[in-house]
Design a protein around this ligand. Structure first.
Ligand SMILES: C[S@@+](CC[C@H](N)C(=O)[O-])C[C@H]1O[C@@H](n2cnc3c(N)ncnc32)[C@H](O)[C@@H]1O
Length: 309
C-alpha cells in the first residue's frame, strides 16, 4: 500500500523551528517524511537531519521521500524516548508529530481502524511484544475499565469492559469489527446515535496502551529539551487532551521550575529556568482544517532552550 499522509501545520513548524541551514535537526516521528522533507529542504550540505520512527514501513517511505536532499540524512529506527541518546549530539531543533499516521490508520491489516475488519494488532512497531489482541483478551476487566476511562475518556468504560469479559469467556476476541460489535452491544441506544463513532474512544485507549504512548511523551521531553543547543527549539503536535496536557505542563515546568512558596523573597530551591515557551497550543487555520479534517484537534506547542548567561 502506498504511504499517504498529509503533514499538518508545515508552515507554522518551519517558522517556529527557525531553521539554520547548517544546524542539526531531528524529526522524532518521521512517518512518511512530509515534515522531514520540508525541514531538509531548508538545510545546506553542512546541515544534518535525523529521522526517527518506530515503524519500519514509515522509515522506508521516509527514506524514499528524502531522496535528493543535499543535507546529511540519518535514519534511526526506535522510540523517540531514546532519540536524545541515539542522536549522539546536541540538536538545534526537534519535531514530534504525535500519534499514528493516516497510512497506519488506513492500512487495514495494522488493526488500528474501527471501520475495517482486521486482526486486533495496533502495534506501531510490528516487532513489539504487546498487541491489541493481548490487551483485549488478557487484561483484567478492572484494567480495561481503567484504560477506557483514562485514555479514552469513555463514560461507559465499566459496561464495555464487562461486555468484553463476557464475550471472551466464550473464546478469544479476534478482530477489530468483532470488538466494535461488542462495544456497541454495551452502549445505551442514545450513545449509539452520537456523531462520534461508538468505538472511537475505546480504540484510542487500546492504541495508547499498546504503544505506551503517554509514557513515551513524558520520558522523551526531559531528555530532548536537555539535549538542545542554546536557542534550540522543540515543536510538538498533539492530537488529544491527554498528550496535550503532558506537553503543556512539561513546557511550563521547564520555563518556571521554581518550587519555592510565592511568599519567599528569594528563590531557595535553586531550580533554574531552561528557556521559554514560544507557542501555547496553536490550532491549524480554518482553511487547513477544511482541507484536512484529521487536523481538527491538532495543537502546536513550542519551547526554546536558553542557556543561562
Ligand atoms: C502522525 S505520524 C507522523 C507523520 C509525519 N510527520 C509526516 O509528515 O509524514 C506519527 C508517526 O510517529 C511514529 N511514532 C509514534 N510514536 C512514536 C514513538 N514513541 N517513537 C517513535 N515513533 C513514533 C508513528 O509510527 C508514525 O509513523
Amino acid at each position: 500500500m502506498e504511504f499517504v499522509h498529509k503533514s499538518i501545520m508545515v508552515e507554522e513548524i518551519l517558522e517556529y523551528l527557525n531553521i539554520r541551514p547548517d544546524g542539526v535537526y531531528a524529526d522524532g516521528t518521521a512517518g512518511g517524511g512530509g515534515h522531514s522533507r520540508a525541514i531538509g529542504e531548508k538545510l545546506s550540505s553542512q546541515g544534518t537531519l535525523i529521522c526517527n520512527d518506530r515503524d519500519p514501513d514509515a522509515l522506508a517511505a521516509c527514506e524514499k521521500r528524502l531522496a535528493g536532499l543535499s543535507c546529511n540524512v540519518r535514519l534511526v529506527r526506535g522510540v523517540f524516548s531514546d532519540l536524545a541518546a541515539n542522536a549522539g549530539q546536541p540538536l538545534d531543533g526537534v519535531l514530534l508529530d504525535l500519534g499514528v499516521s493516516s497510512y497506519q490508520l488506513d492500512c487495514a491489516e495494522r488493526g488500528f481502524s474501527y471501520m475495517q475488519d482486521a486482526p486486533l494488532d495496533m502495534r506501531m512497531n510490528p516487532e513489539d511484544k504487546l498487541s491489541a489482541w493481548d490487551v483485549v483478551n488478557h487484561w483484567s476487566e478492572e484494567e480495561l475499565t481503567r484504560i477506557f476511562f483514562e485514555y479514552g475518556e469513555e463514560r461507559f468504560s465499566r459496561r464495555i469492559a464487562s461486555q468484553i469479559a463476557l464475550a471472551r469467556s466464550q473464546g478469544p476476541i479476534q478482530t477489530t469489527l468483532e470488538l466494535v460489535d461488542i462495544i456497541k452491544s454495551a452502549l445505551p441506544k442514545a450513545a449509539l446515535k452520537e456523531k462520534q463513532h461508538p468505538a472511537k474512544r475505546v480504540f484510542q485507549a487500546i492504541r495508547i496502551a499498546v504503544n505506551d504512548e503517554l509514557e513515551q511523551v513524558r520520558s522523551a521531553l526531559d531528555a530532548l529539551v536537555e539535549n538542545l543547543n542554546d536557542g534550540g527549539r522543540i515543536a510538538v503536535l498533539t492530537f488529544h487532551s491527554l498528550e496535550d496536557r503532558i506537553v503543556k505542563n512539561a513546557f511550563a515546568r521547564y520555563e518556571k521550575p521554581c518550587t519555592c512558596p510565592p511568599e519567599f523573597p528569594v528563590c531557595t530551591c535553586g531550580k533554574k529556568s531552561l528557556g521559554k515557551v514560544l507557542a501555547k497550543g496553536i490550532a491549524p487555520t480554518p482553511r487547513e482544517i477544511a482541507e484536512n479534517p484529521r487536523s481538527r484537534s491538532t495543537r502546536l506547542r513550542v519551547f526554546e532552550r536558553r542557556f543561562e548567561d
